[in-house]
Design a protein around this ligand. Structure first.
Ligand code: PGA
Length: 254
């Protein structure tokens, strides 16, 4: 049984005071939610605040990105070691917004995953297809390519130390959600792809769904056999909505 993981990706939103209020509300609200593992990923400047507010609580801290290099002359970048020092447990790697706006390739994502794991943290590896790729019938090839590149570069063993988020690009921030059946089909495809290399790792790896998950659709999505949690954008900015999704994770876990 894989414990549901609900992670909030706050993206580039909020102020110092709104971030603090949101962290406190999540912390308070989650004390009653036992079955889901809960993570918040605020922007970099709010991580120190996150470490203070969340402390050793059950709500874990994550970052949205990390540098491909360990240290040195990389102006504007943040290293995995720094993120670990500020209490991060998770790092989102290869989000489609980074792939699209900042040219992140699978080779770059592979380096970020390796550094994250080296520093004792857990990457959340994002994969997913665009609408155009889906309509051209290339969805499985695209996702298989993203997974295979990581297997080739970082070995299958790295999948024993990470989480995957399947995020159909056309569903992110659009209000369009993959149907539970559509999402389940892709999650199952991803798990089978990993099982071809290592069935034990495939059975264990958590595959989160991301893309307009909301309180109204979370339970149905999270009840699918291969959906083990959610990577939540917009709804993670509203404590009540995020907590309702965390609750749905607990309910789906039974
Ligand atoms: P969304 O974003 O929930 O706003 O669609 C999800 C994500 O990008 O992680």
């Amino acid at each position: 049984m894989r414990q549901p993981l609900i992670a909030g990706n706050w993206k580039m939103n909020g102020t110092r005071s709104s971030a603090e209020a949101l962290m406190k509300a999540v912390l308070q609200g989650t004390s009653a939610i036992e079955k889901s593992e809960i993570v918040v990923c605020p922007p970099f400047p709010f991580l120190a605040l996150g470490e203070q507010v969340l402390g050793a609580s059950a709500v874990r801290l994550g970052a949205q990105n990390v540098c491909t290099e360990a240290s040195g002359a990389y102006t504007g970048e943040v290293s995995a070691q720094m993120l670990a020092e500020f209490g991060c447990h998770y790092i989102i790697c290869g989000h489609s917004e980074r792939r699209e706006h900042y040219g992140e390739t699978d080779a770059i994502v592979a380096k970020k995953l390796a550094l994250t794991i080296d520093q004792g943290m857990t990457p959340i590896l994002c994969v997913g297809e665009t609408l155009e790729q889906r309509e051209q019938g290339r969805m499985e090839d695209v996702i298989a390519g993203q997974i295979d590149e990581i297997i080739n570069r970082n070995t299958i063993a790295s999948f024993g130390q990470l989480e995957i988020a399947y995020e159909p690009v056309w569903a992110i921030g659009t209000g369009k959600t993959a149907t539970p059946a559509q999402a389940q089909a892709v999650h199952n495809f991803i798990r089978r792809r990993i099982a071809d290399h290592d069935p034990a790792i495939a059975a264990k790896v958590r595959i989160l769904y991301g893309g307009s998950m909301k309180p109204g659709n979370a339970l149905e999505l999270l009840s699918q056999a291969d959906i083990d949690g959610g990577l939540i954008g917009g709804a993670a900015l509203v404590a009540e909505d995020f907590l309702a999704i965390c609750q749905a994770g607990g309910t789906a876990a039974g």
